[in-house]
Ligand binder design. Structure first.
Ligand SMILES: NC(=O)c1ccc[n+]([C@@H]2O[C@H](COP(=O)([O-])OP(=O)(O)OC[C@H]3O[C@@H](n4cnc5c(N)ncnc54)[C@H](OP(=O)(O)O)[C@@H]3O)[C@@H](O)[C@H]2O)c1
Length: 341
């Protein structure tokens, strides 16, 4: 049982005609994939605690643990079907013999195959928000979104989303079928989306879903020597910002965050989450960040951050950080929208 009092977060609309969701969602990926060992009971309790706190938007993908993450959240979704909005994704193909080897597929037959798998694993009749996870540049985006739109017409999917798209790709997609949400990395450390994707989303009335708003945990101050601190099976070992000299250099960049956190008596992660929310309001854009956690105490901490408003001076102190970060946000930036801008 949590001792923290339950103060529900406020809500915002997901896409122009979409449902109201809590202003912060929950990233479920780490519950089954990528970030080392998980306590399944605590992760299940985290899903429930999040809902009590007003978090109604839950994020997964078919590739998180080869479908295991969708299966993991399915009982929770079933128990609360009318209260929660579930987002999943297709498009990244992992090699079962080497999960670090990844391909991308966006063709219509593949999408059809994927949606059936996700519906089954999630145990739902309709996926609330279905994202293209990554863009395959060999398939016209109009063809991909056309295939996704058929799923809406058939009632298999309610709303469409895109992950890691450029502003132009978003415009082209939106002309085929309304896009409710763009999900891309956006944090104090990762601001490339502010160049084209964010302005296009604002122009089209698309909600932005910042993923990894805590810089995959880095912005909480958890890492000083990531190479030693991460478990052997942690995906972040392959990420340039977490490795070698980059990790130490990036840890030093957290000082302004630490100063604000200390002065306010909050955590570094809370400052980072407040920053994303506020940066979006500067752009005039609705956002639903999806910090990922597997622990109840952290979901309490993260949702409380939605009530923090940074001053202009605090925002100015955080402004230069992104340009100084050592290492790209992925080893292969072709895997991101920035790689195509
Ligand atoms: N579309 C895409 O390509 C894409 C890519 C990556 C992620 N995502 C989605 O976005 C979600 C969030 O991103 P993310 O998980 O990569 O990164 P994140 O939210 O930036 O950070 C998650 C990490 O921070 C830790 N953490 C969370 N809250 C904390 C707190 N209050 N204090 C200290 N540590 C805390 C988590 O550990 P614990 O779990 O142990 O608390 C985890 O290691 C994912 O779950 C996934 O659904 C999408």
């Amino acid at each position: 049982m949590s001792t923290e009092k339950t103060e529900r977060i406020t809500t915002t609309r997901l896409g122009a005609d979409g449902p109201e969701v809590g202003v912060q969602g929950l990233g479920c990926m780490g519950m089954s994939f990528a970030y080392g060992p998980t306590d399944a009971d605590e992760a299940r309790a985290t899903l429930e605690r999040a809902l009590e706190l007003g978090v109604t938007f839950y994020d997964t993908a078919d590739m998180y643990g080869f479908g295991e993450n969708e299966k993991f959240i399915a009982p929770f979704v079933k128990a609360h079907r009318d209260e929660v909005v579930v987002a999943t994704k297709f498009g990244i193909v992992m090699d079962p013999d080497d999960p670090l080897k990844r391909g991308i597929r966006n063709d219509a037959p593949y999408i059809r195959q994927c949606v059936e798998g996700s519906l089954k694993r999630l145990g739902v009749e309709t996926i609330d928000l279905y994202y293209m996870h990554r863009r395959d540049v060999n398939v016209p985006i109009e063809e991909t979104v056309g295939a996704m739109a058929e799923l809406v017409a058939e009632g298999k999917v309610r709303q469409l989303g895109l992950s890691e798209v450029t502003g132009d790709e978003l415009r082209a997609a939106h002309a085929v079928h309304p896009i409710a949400a763009v999900q891309s990395e956006w944090s104090v450390f990762s601001r490339d989306v502010e160049r084209t994707a964010v302005p296009a989303a604002k122009e089209l009335g698309v909600t932005f879903v910042p993923y990894s708003p805590l810089g995959r945990g880095f912005l909480t101050g958890a890492f000083t020597d990531a190479g030693k601190e991460l478990s052997e099976d942690d995906f972040r070992r392959t990420m340039p910002r977490f490795t070698g000299e980059n990790a130490a250099a990036n840890a030093a960049l957290l000082e302004p965050l630490r100063a604000i956190a200390q002065a306010r008596g909050v955590s570094l992660g809370q400052v980072a989450l407040a920053w994303v929310q506020q940066r979006a309001s500067v752009h005039g854009l609705p956002v639903v960040p999806i910090p990922g956690t597997r622990r109840r105490g952290r979901v309490e901490e993260n949702t409380a951050a939605t009530r923090i408003e940074l001053t202009a001076d605090e925002q100015a102190a955080l402004e230069p950080i992104a340009d100084r970060v050592a290492g790209g946000r992925y080893a292969d930036m072709n895997f991101t929208s920035a790689g195509r801008e």
